[in-house]
Design a binder for this molecule. Structure first.
Ligand code: CA
Ligand code: CA
Ligand code: CA
Ligand code: CA
Length: 258
């Protein structure tokens, strides 16, 4: 073969190899690297069973896919209330959860509908946006004060809360309540009743916490087996004007056994 023909052949083989290697970087569709497909899931659960307005909001973007970048290598960032300001940096998909406990000012402002926004990007920095709305609540209408738990504590565990007691077993009564949009420092009275009889009373201030657990220092025990009713009444003398004056009483049934 003449020398010029041999050189031409080498160039053609080289071009063919370059084209062949380049094909491996392209998606099966033959298109260039496309935007990822963002897919988010929301997991909404109560943070504490007696704080019905405290939520654990977990946002997952693990369902997102891309034509080239493996799902595990995609990145996501979150704007948790869709206000235009990103609340996280770009973060890897293997840590996609975002825990958030809204405070009352935010809850009062969002009218129980919440929108979360995210962006998912692939390794070529192609970006897809996703927005999803979800519902929380219904929330009380401010101002309102309401009990959410009658707590019966036994032993030294301050978090214990039982329905069943033994005869002569000592217990302490307390309660959890919400001051929903009530000015901080606003006083209210609290009445504790057992079987409809007033057995303790005290005064407390509203704080800016969503859920407050407190007690009037009442401890007692039952001498006989049977069923009893423990009741907490908030603001019995109506120091606070509320949107709902009918939800200030909460009752718990106690079973006393030998
Ligand atoms: Ca892509
Ligand atoms: Ca934000
Ligand atoms: Ca109320
Ligand atoms: Ca009242």
């Amino acid at each position: 073969m003449p020398r010029t023909g041999f050189t031409l052949l080498r160039i053609m083989v080289g071009l063919f190899l370059l084209a062949f290697i380049g094909c491996g970087d392209e998606p099966a569709s033959g298109n260039l690297d496309e935007d990822p497909v963002a897919d988010i899931d929301l997991d909404i659960s109560q943070l504490l069973p007696y704080c019905p307005y405290w939520y654990r909001l977990t946002f997952y973007a693990t369902g997102s896919t891309d034509d080239v970048t493996p799902s595990d290598d995609l990145e996501v960032r979150w704007d948790r209330e869709n206000d235009g300001d990103w609340d996280t940096d770009w973060q890897p998909m293997w840590w996609p959860e975002y825990y958030y406990t809204p405070d009352m000012d935010e809850l009062l402002g969002i009218d129980s509908t919440w929108a979360v926004r995210c962006e998912v990007r692939d390794e070529a920095h192609n970006v897809s946006e996703c927005v999803e709305e979800f519902h929380m609540g219904p929330f009380p209408v401010a101002p309102d004060i309401l009990p959410t738990r009658v707590q019966i504590k036994v032993g030294s565990d301050i978090d214990s809360d039982v329905d069943t007691l033994h005869v002569d077993e000592s217990f302490e009564m307390s309660h959890t309540y919400l001051c929903w949009g009530v000015p901080v420092g606003q006083e209210h009275e609290i009445h504790y009743l057992i079987d409809g009889e007033l057995i303790g009373e005290c005064t407390r201030n509203c704080s800016d916490h969503l859920c407050v657990t407190t007690g009037c220092g009442y401890t007692s025990s039952f001498e006989e087996p049977g069923q009893h009713t423990a009741t907490v009444i908030l603001d019995p003398d109506n120091f606070i004007e509320e949107s709902d004056e009918t939800n200030n009483e909460l009752t718990k049934t106690l079973t006393v056994i030998q």
